[in-house]
Design a protein. Structure first.
Length: 340
């Protein structure tokens, strides 16, 4: 249930609504938007809704009360009609500017990370990606350098004035990864790891929530809801492809999810065409398509020597390939009225 405050409602008015909700034993979450303020009431049982709605609607400072029937409330567009812009330590995600997150799949060495980052930065990426904790299908494949990898990422990014996005897999590591990262990435395999979602909901570091490779959009939105209801409003979604019967590509990149999510939710959404295709040759075309579909940014894997990569070499662009992609992306970005 969301309560839309009248234009010009004061802080005291908002507090009076919040207090009424709390007196009934439910929790209230308020968003102060540029246009209007809305208060969300969480936990109200279906049977009591009509009664409470009537009572709130009678308050002179309330414009209207809307019952949200979806299983996610704070992630919904109804709750926050304007698009949310997540501030990544000075870099807005979800605004007019398309944000490019790029770098190696995996932090292998300092030199490899540096070489990739320098090329990505020179071509226009502002956020450095790289895995220090790697989710791997096989226990025998590389698992990442852990904290050593985080240190490399932070050092390289700081030298270039970039931000860092990196995956956290274990709820016990959230605090540690927060010390090094500007964005906590929740990978596809952990989209429904509820303990992890609850843990990243407790901090304020932005979270990049990847879509589970098996997940329906509604399940993905509910995963985002875990983080939002936990108290962290800084959620960025990432479409990275889903499993279908098609095996030509590693995953099927569901670009229809981008405009669909824009209708359903106020959260920014970016696209990962590297995981989405698994093939270097397809990354540029799908990057352009993602921006045309309305994505707020891209997450792209770049390796100075992809043939020697410890992980995901087949989908990693060379530094030169990334530079070409960025050049060719610009007209598409401008055609949809955005900036790069
Ligand atoms: C991402 O970088 C993952 O760690 C990687 O794609 C996993 O690949 P795997 O499933 O072959 O281990
Ligand atoms: C990644 O981007 O490093 C990654 C592991 O991706 P995904 O979770 O989408 O497979």
């Amino acid at each position: 249930m969301i309560i839309v405050m009248k234009k010009g409602a004061t802080k005291e008015d908002v507090h009076s609504v919040e207090e009424r909700i709390r007196e009934w034993g439910y929790s209230a979450h308020t968003i102060y938007g540029a246009e209007r303020t809305v208060v969300g009431a969480v936990g109200v049982p279906e049977a009591d809704k009509a009664r409470y709605m009537e009572s709130l609607e009678a308050m002179p400072c309330v414009e209207k009360v809307i019952a949200i029937l979806r299983p996610y409330k704070f992630a919904s567009r109804e709750y926050h009609p304007e698009g949310t812009v997540v501030d990544v330590n000075g870099i807005p995600v979800g605004g007019k500017q398309v944000v490019i997150m790029a770098g190696p799949c995996t932090v292998e060495t300092y030199e490899q990370t540096w070489e990739s980052a320098v090329a990505c930065h020179a071509a226009g990426a502002t956020i450095l990606r790289g895995g220090a904790y790697k989710p791997s299908t096989s226990p025998y494949s590389f698992q990442g350098h852990g904290e050593e990898g985080l240190k490399i990422l932070r050092d390289v990014a700081d030298k270039l004035g970039m931000r860092v996005v990196t995956e956290v897999m274990d709820p016990r590591n959230v605090e540690l990864v927060c010390r090094y990262a500007d964005i906590l990435q929740i990978g596809t395999r952990n989209m429904q790891n509820y303990d992890l979602l609850r843990e990243v909901g407790r901090v304020r570091t932005p979270v990049l929530l990847k879509r589970g490779m098996w997940a329906r959009i509604e399940e993905w939105m509910q995963a985002a809801e875990y983080i939002l209801v936990g108290g962290n409003p800084n959620v960025i979604l990432c479409e990275r492809g889903i499993r279908t019967f098609e095996t030509h590509t590693r995953n099927t990149l569901d670009l229809s999810a981008v405009p669909a999510v824009k209708e359903l939710s106020h959260l920014p959404i970016i696209v990962d065409p590297s995981q989405g295709t698994g093939k270097r040759s397809l990354v540029e075309a799908m990057s352009k398509a993602a921006i045309a579909a309305g994505a707020d940014g891209l997450l792209i894997e770049v390796h100075p020597h992809p043939d020697q990569a410890l992980k995901d070499g087949a989908q990693s662009l060379t530094c030169e390939g990334f530079c070409n992609l960025m050049r060719n992306l610009r007209p598409v970005v401008e055609a949809v009225g955005r900036t790069l």
